[in-house]
Structures are given as structure tokens and as C-alpha cells.
Design a protein around this ligand. Structure first.
Ligand code: PLP
Length: 373
């Protein structure tokens, strides 16, 4: 039996160990830990990588969302449109500001927010729309940006899972007023701890973020507004700069793995492989298949017993979470989100996966459906 985790960061580390250890030692010798030269350099490199003018480091992807919303004018009692089928942080960032997440259903093929459902959720209180580029594929940005222009509601892109993904040839994070990137260790570009970054084309917006991340202070010890303690560590930036150099190679490997799974798994009756729209390139943060609801958990157990780790992202859509009970949503309100939560499963797709690993995963899934267990 093979043993294939969902993600193997130890294998990735082996390939960059010498560079990382050297960079970390240099930071230790400099004893400069918060913000610093590596952060400034990473901000330039990420801006260039994402095809935007500015990028500003913050403490996490959640903070990147929250501070972007704050800078976009979102506050207590305002409404923020978000998909329900996403990680908690997308809506949680709005809630932290006292704003109300307004949940919208997804397109069941792409798992991203359904633009045709956004417009009727816009009210006089709507201050932002957060499309999530879930699993590594951009949401339908043409239609979302059109709504944004028509209704004068800014777009903050949740790029936590999509660094490097393109839509119409442009990178995730270059479409909205801002893009929120996460460097959580398991993301495609992961730090050795928490970290995040905000991308934007606006000099004014970038400047505002730089003030907000250091307690609302443009000049040291002078505070014209209330801000946050949300800074990126120099240490994390140094590591991320090394990893950024390898990101496209790692992404290519993920895409090759996905291509293999697409062609092999689509032969299995009962498995729906990820749907890629014509405008998108997918970076496969997760490789997610859809199966019959009644068999999903059985498949996960079967894979687990075969040494393959598989997981559901995400088992409970946000509109049905206990923490949002006061918002009054009920089962059936967002059927595509609920259905996707019950019928999807993420398979290992990380860059270091070997061909025997991939063949083994396909073989075990085929076996499960053949046996009818
Ligand atoms: C990871 C993630 C976040 C939050 O990022 P953190 O760095 O963990 O705070 C936000 N949205 C989505 C979709 C994510 O996957």
C-alpha cells in the first residue's frame, strides 16, 4: 500500500532547503524581523508577478481581505456580497468589520460565485463584492466587473487559492480594486507561518493599506485613524522570495497532474472532473471531483483505507454555519452550494506527486466504483 498525503510540504522543502536556510540565517544575523528589506523586495516581486502596480504585505490572507474591505469603505452595518461555498475567512473578514455577509450561490460547474445571482442581492448598503477564485480558477470576472461598474460597488478578489491563475490572459488579483493573497503554509505559495498580501493598481489604495497595517499611522507615533497590527515578517518574506522563483515550475507540475487525472478519471462512470472555462488557466490549489452524494463519504473512507488522503473543501456552506444562524438562512436557500458541499472531494495534486502515485490514486477510485462498495 502507498501512503499519499493530501499535501507533502516536506518534499517541497527538500528542494529549497539550502537557499531557505541561508536566507533565514541572514535574517537572524540582521535581527530585522518586522517588515524590512525582504518585505519591500517581495512586494515588488509579487506586484510584478500579478501584473499590478502595487502589493502590500500584511499578516495573513484574512487580514488582506479585512484591511482591503476597510480601505474600500466597508464598516458596521454595511453589506458585502460573498459566495457561500468558500473558506470561512471570506465572510469572516467582513464580519470582523461589523459588516454583514450576503451569501450568493455558486455555479455548480466552476464552484465560483454565480454572477447572474449577484445583482438582485445588491442593496443601498452593499459596499463590496468578494468573488473567490476557488480551488485556483478565477470567477467569471467579465460579468462581475460589469456589475461592479454599473452598480458602483468595488470588487475585492479573494485570491488566497489562486496565485498565478489567469483569466483572459491576466493574473488573479489584477481585476478588482484589490486582490487578497494568502501565504498560509498549505497555499500554492506558502510561508513558514502566517502571511498575506494585497495587490492593487491604485497608488492611493496601496498607501491607505500601508497606513492601516501599522495602527493607522503614516508618520511614526502620529495616528490620524484607527488601524491594525498586521505586518508581514521579514523572515517570511525572505522564504517566500525563494519559493516565488519556483512557483511557476510547481504550478506546471500541478497542472500536469491535473491533466493526467482529467483524462483518466473522466473514463470512470460516476466521477465528474473539474470544469475549466475557456478564459481560465487553473492553478489547482485543489483538484476537486464531484461524485454521487450517497457515495462521497464511502469513497473518502475507501481512499483512506488505501493510504490516500482525500478531503472535503468545504463540508458546510457558510450560510448554514452556526456562527451565521442570526442571519436567518436555511437549508435549501443556496442549493448549488449545499449540493457541492455534499458531493465534492479533493484529491492529492501537489507538485511532487509521482506517476506511480497518480496511477495508484486513479486505480483505487476506479476500483471503488467498479466494486460498488
Ligand atoms: C486560506 C484562505 C483564506 C485566508 O487566508 P489566511 O492566510 O489563512 O488568513 C481566505 N480565503 C480563502 C478562499 C482561503 O482559502
Amino acid at each position: 500500500m502507498r501512503n499519499i498525503p493530501l499535501l507533502d510540504l516536506k518534499a517541497q522543502y527538500q528542494g529549497i532547503k539550502n537557499d531557505v536556510n541561508k536566507a533565514v540565517e541572514a535574517i537572524f544575523n540582521s535581527q530585522s524581523f518586522i517588515l524590512g528589506a525582504e518585505v519591500v523586495a517581495l512586494e515588488k516581486e509579487i506586484a510584478s508577478y500579478c501584473g499590478v502596480k502595487y502589493a502590500v504585505g500584511v499578516a495573513s490572507g484574512t487580514d488582506a481581505l479585512k484591511i482591503s474591505l476597510h480601505a474600500a469603505g466597508v464598516g458596521r452595518g454595511d453589506e458585502v456580497i460573498v459566495p457561500s461555498f468558500t473558506f470561512m475567512a471570506t465572510a469572516g473578514a467582513a464580519s470582523e468589520l461589523g459588516a454583514i455577509p450576503v451569501f450568493v450561490d455558486i455555479d455548480p460547474k466552476t464552484y465560483t460565485i454565480d454572477p447572474s445571482l449577484i445583482e438582485k442581492k445588491i442593496t443601498g448598503k452593499t459596499k463590496a463584492i468578494i468573488p473567490v477564485h476557488l480551488y485556483g480558477q478565477c470567477a467569471d470576472m467579465d460579468r462581475i466587473l460589469e456589475i461592479s461598474r454599473n452598480r458602483k460597488v468595488p470588487v475585492i478578489e479573494d485570491c488566497a487559492q489562486a496565485i498565478g491563475a489567469t483569466y483572459g490572459g491576466r493574473k488573479a488579483g489584477s481585476f478588482g480594486l484589490a486582490g487578497a493573497i494568502s501565504f498560509f503554509p498549505s497555499k500554492n505559495l506558502g510561508a513558514f507561518g502566517d502571511g498575506g498580501m494585497i495587490t492593487t493598481q491604485s497608488e492611493e489604495f496601496a498607501g491607505r493599506i500601508k497606513v492601516l497595517r501599522v495602527h493607522g499611522s503614516a508618520v511614526r507615533y502620529v495616528h490620524e485613524e484607527l488601524g491594525y497590527n498586521s505586518r508581514l515578517d521579514n523572515l517570511q518574506a525572505a522564504i517566500l522570495r525563494i519559493k516565488l522563483r519556483a512557483l511557476d515550475t510547481w504550478t506546471k507540475a500541478r497542472q500536469e497532474n491535473a491533466k493526467f487525472f482529467d483524462s483518466e478519471l473522466s473514463k470512470i462512470k460516476g466521477v465528474v472532473v473539474p470544469y475549466l472555462t475557456a478564459k481560465n488557466t487553473h492553478v489547482y490549489h485543489q483538484y476537486v471531483i464531484k461524485v454521487d452524494k450517497a457515495r462521497r463519504d464511502g469513497l473518502i473512507s475507501y481512499l483512506e483505507n488505501s493510504g490516500i488522503e482525500a478531503r472535503v473543501y468545504y463540508p458546510i456552506p457558510l450560510h448554514l454555519q452556526k456562527c451565521y444562524r442570526s442571519l436567518g438562512y436555511k437549508k435549501g436557500d443556496l442549493p448549488n452550494s449545499e449540493d457541492s458541499a455534499d458531493s465534492t472531494v479533493a484529491l492529492p495534486v501537489y507538485s511532487e506527486l509521482t506517476m506511480p502515485d497518480k496511477k495508484y490514486i486513479v486505480e483505487k477510485i476506479a476500483e471503488f466504483f467498479r466494486k460498488g462498495v
